[in-house]
Design a protein around this ligand. Structure first.
Ligand code: APR
Ligand code: PHB
Length: 393
């Protein structure tokens, strides 16, 4: 049976960055990814990187293209009730900012670096069981090219996303999942048209939420709140643009239209599984927690988990000490719950719940007015959005 120090289940951003950090620190690891490379590189997700995520990618030597092509943003705009307010990140956070750079590009950059270093994931390797996490020598069982394989290791890391198998190795009684499902989804589109704004616009409107984001100076990315169960094909391009127009409406501003090249519906969910460590199994990224996309915290949380974990595993490897691994779950969960609260607050302040009363709507508007009128309220939003430094939770 093959052996590795750290077996990583899943080659999404969490698994790819963790293996990069471990290899650079001289800790041997193997990533098992069930999809092929092209599939992993094509998967479309959010596109906002916090300052600490960019710092981590630079540290990993994975930020060359990000630094050349990423769009640095110093703020976002909020719109509601005919008002507009800009949140100035550097002014409110002591210099922090965000980068617009799609997650799929981060994934491509990490895979290219692994290929060049000879540390690429084992693609099309589907893990079906993780055994012995309460022993000193766990075993990961997987299928590769139709053959059953097994990998023994010192530690297993579940970076296998929201429906992963790693978590199933933990007895139900030893874990707890806290969850909230929202009564709306996002219809996301990509369009070949320059963005109509320089920074992202988050809009609260009587028609529901809308977000204007971007992928490059020539490609716009937009989202609108739709009912759960919506079929994206039921929305013609014209209906999408008309609805976006109605939600972003602001005197003197127009939304430019262009050909829609992608269209998909995303459900919204908050979830945290505790603890994030069980014996020799550690969970990171979506395998441990999910946030709704409002505020774009998903990738950033995955990155902060693996930064903490790489440090803990390297410390264990170099000194034999397990104190950082023992602290892993607690350290991450502080930050995870902060991001959960922020994502929940952004979501529930900006969306229209189908059961919402006129009173509830007035409360949302009062909260948005507060952000515009109070630098303290604006600073709280800015600090959370631009991201709290990884070790200051
Ligand atoms: N065996 C091997 N690989 C698996 C298995 C399995 N049984 N199950 C899942 N995987 C792989 C998936 O194919 C995927 O490539 O695990 C990977 C998980 O990647 P992500 O879902 O991208 O999760 P993560 O790396 O934690 O990244 C978090 O992704 O979902 C977004 O909003 C989230 O932006 C955040 C980021
Ligand atoms: C995106 O660009 O995909 C994006 C940006 C901000 C969000 C969510 C998604 O809050």
């Amino acid at each position: 049976m093959d052996h590795t120090t750290v077996a990583i289940v899943g080659g999404g951003p969490a698994g790819l960055l963790l293996s990069r950090l471990l290899h650079r620190a001289g800790t041997d690891c193997t990533v098992l990814e069930r999809r092929d490379r092209a599939y992993v590189e094509r998967r479309q997700r959010a596109g906002i990187l916090e300052q600490s995520t960019v710092d981590a990618l630079r540290e990993a030597g994975a930020a060359e293209r990000l630094d050349a092509e990423g769009l640095v943003h110093d703020g976002v705009e909020l719109r509601w009730s005919g008002r507009s307010h800009r949140i100035d990140f550097p002014a409110l956070t002591g210099g922090r900012r965000v980068w617009v750079y799609a997650q799929t590009e981060v994934v491509k950059d990490l895979i290219a670096l692994h290929q060049a270093a000879g540390t690429a994931p084992r693609f099309e390797a589907e893990v079906h069981a993780v055994e012995g996490i309460d022993t000193g020598r766990p075993i990961v069982r997987y299928t590769h090219q139709g053959r059953e394989r097994a990998l023994s290791c010192d530690y297993v890391v579940g970076c296998d996303g929201s429906h992963g198998v790693a978590l199933k190795a933990v007895p139900v009684g030893a874990r707890r999942t806290y969850e909230r499902v929202y009564p709306y989804s996002w219809l996301g589109i990509t369009a070949d048209v320059p963005p109509s704004c320089e920074e992202l616009v988050y809009a609260h409107s009587p028609h529901g939420f809308a977000l204007h984001s971007m992928r490059s100076p020539r490609v716009s990315r937009l989202y609108l709140q739709v009912p759960n169960g919506t079929d994206p094909e039921a929305w013609t391009d014209e209906r999408i643009w008309d609805e976006l127009d109605a939600r972003f409406t602001l005197d003197g501003w127009t939304l430019d239209r262009g050909p829609i090249t992608a269209k998909a519906v995303l459900p919204m969910r908050s979830s945290v599984t505790e603890p994030m460590r069980f014996g020799r199994l550690l969970l990171a990224g979506d395998a441990a927690h999910i946030v709704p996309p409002t505020g774009a915290k998903g990738l950033n949380l995955a990155v902060s988990d693996v930064v903490v974990l790489a440090r803990a595993l390297t410390h264990r490897q170099r000194t034999g000490g397990t104190e950082l691994l023992d602290a892993y779950s607690g350290t991450c969960l502080r930050r995870v719950w902060r991001a959960e609260h922020f994502s929940y607050t952004m979501t529930t302040t900006l969306h229209t719940d189908p059961g919402q009363s006129a009173f509830d709507t007035r409360l949302q508007i009062a909260q948005l007015d507060r952000v515009a009128d109070s630098p303290h309220a604006a600073a709280e939003l800015a600090l959370n959005y631009a991201g709290i430094p990884v070790f200051s939770t």
